[in-house]
Design a protein around this ligand. Structure first.
Ligand code: BTN
Length: 265
């Protein structure tokens, strides 16, 4: 966020009921997810946000590094959902849908969601979500949902070469800077709205809206996880958030975790 950004400025005009009522902002942290977990352990209320201008040890799923230069939007929300662990795993869909809807509506971008936790613009990743949960028995004690959005930097100037062609930023897509505080508030507002609909009406309506952006559905993809790599047609994401893949022998295989890449032939 810009130098001079602070929690009060981020909160100015925020139209939410419980998300972002408490915002912690730092110029540099190891990881906003780690910070938010620490705040949650210390009793932070639901909706508390930890945000930073840069992260020294930002991380993604499967322990991957998340490069977090100045100019991005890196923040995490503390949640205390009264849900079982399996149900809470769907929060990642709530978050990616919030980002996809806001980026489409605010900037008219050609946005898609990619299972399980990515938001793409023109086929390249602009945002990743990392949802983490701490459980007590089968119930969730707290969850933290981290948003990493590539905003005001050029990928070729700020990210390692290995990510060129795979990642994009709002600046690269729009050819200009966007106001990060406006984007931040828009994402918090949309996240709260969709979370409430999820808690009230369940996952099905969230999934239905998420599918509208899920352009990989119906296409030939490769799914890779820690055990295997399989190619097939991405048939659907089901009510558990699992991806169903139709294999070449006509059978279907369900994936609860993994990475999807499009197969071009
Ligand atoms: C992924 O694509 O694997 C998820 C990336 C999530 C990155 C965000 S940036 C803010 C928050 N803090 C972290 O360390 N990670 C998440």
């Amino acid at each position: 966020m810009p130098i001079g950004m602070n929690a009060a400025r981020l909160q100015e005009g925020l139209r939410t009921r419980w998300v972002g009522k408490e915002i912690f902002y730092s110029r540099s942290v190891e990881s906003t997810n780690e910070w938010a977990k620490e705040l949650a352990r210390l009793g932070a209320r639901e909706g508390t946000v930890a945000a930073a201008a840069t992260q020294k040890k930002g991380h993604g799923r499967l322990g991957r590094t998340w490069v977090s230069p100045l100019g991005g939007l890196w923040f995490s929300i503390v949640l205390r959902p009264k849900l079982k662990a399996g149900v809470s795993a769907k929060l990642v869909f709530v978050a990616t849908l919030a980002v996809a809807e806001f980026l489409y509506e605010a900037y008219g971008l050609d946005v898609e969601t990619k299972w399980p936790n990515d938001v793409l613009v023109n086929g390249q990743k602009v945002c990743g979500i990392l949802a983490e949960m701490v459980t007590v028995g089968k119930a969730v004690d707290y969850a933290v949902v981290g948003f990493g959005v590539n905003v005001n930097f050029k990928v070729k100037e700020a990210l390692p070469q290995a990510l060129w062609g795979k990642a994009t930023s709002l600046e690269d897509e729009l050819g200009k800077h966007v106001q990060r505080d406006v984007l931040f508030r828009g994402l918090l507002e949309r996240f709260e709205f969709i979370s409430e609909s999820f808690l009230k009406d369940g996952f099905a309506p969230v999934l239905e809206r998420w599918r509208r952006y899920a352009r990989f559905l119906g296409k030939r993809v490769k799914v890779t996880n820690e055990h295997e790599a399989r190619s097939g047609v991405a048939v659907d994401v089901d009510v558990d958030g699992a991806l169903n893949l139709r294999l070449d022998d006509g059978t279907e295989k369900r994936f609860l975790s993994g990475d999807v890449s499009l197969v071009v032939r």
